[in-house]
Design a protein around this ligand. Sequence first.
Ligand code: ZN
Length: 249
Amino acid sequence: MAKLNLKLMQEKLAKLNKKTGGSYLKIEDGKKNLPLRIVPDKDGDPFKEFYFHYRMGEGYGSVLCPKMNSNGRESCAICDFVATLYKGGEVEKEHAKEIKAKNRYYSNVIDRENEGDGVQTWGYSKTVYRKLIETCLDEEYGDITDIDEGFDLRVSKTKDSGKAWFEVNFTPSRKESSLSDDPEKVEKWVESQPDISFKEYTSEEVEDILEQYIATTTGVEGEESRGGGDDTEDKKNKMDAIRQQLSGD
Ligand SMILES: [Zn+2]
């Protein structure tokens, strides 16, 4: 009788453990120096980029842009609408900025203060994304996700005086470390990390969403053109909310 193929069993288990859409890391406002460790991805790219149209979908949810996420292979009615808005006046341009596709980045991480929570997905801004890549290319650090000789990050979510929203930033730890001293933990975290993915929309679905959006916002637009101080305030709050959303939880 053939021996049980242990490697195959391990692969089967890893597949079972592989979560789709894990939990998202929530960083408290004002938090300083939260130690996070990025878990390496098997495809060699632990920093995932996605483009969203914010406050567009059902209940003002975000919509993954089919065009930007396919390098332009698919079309996107919202992007086309944004291009038209940019040809308009100031109000239209502001509106375009609000709904144009914006990028957001994601990595799977271990929160050192709550390792028991396992691998969580951390969403962050372009500023943080750039810094993560720069750190990996910095020869004093190199691959910060290396399971043996990587680096933890110290992540803070602070608000500069005069600003309305919190911003996330990090400094890499100066000391290299392993993902964990326990090889079983390392294997579990790497093998069972969640797939970072979001609901995808076809070009046709996005067209419907845009139609719905235009139908429900036309009334608001009419009020805006009639003027009034509150509208500006409202718009400002809306923009702040989007920035907050973008600057990262
Ligand atoms: Zn788009």
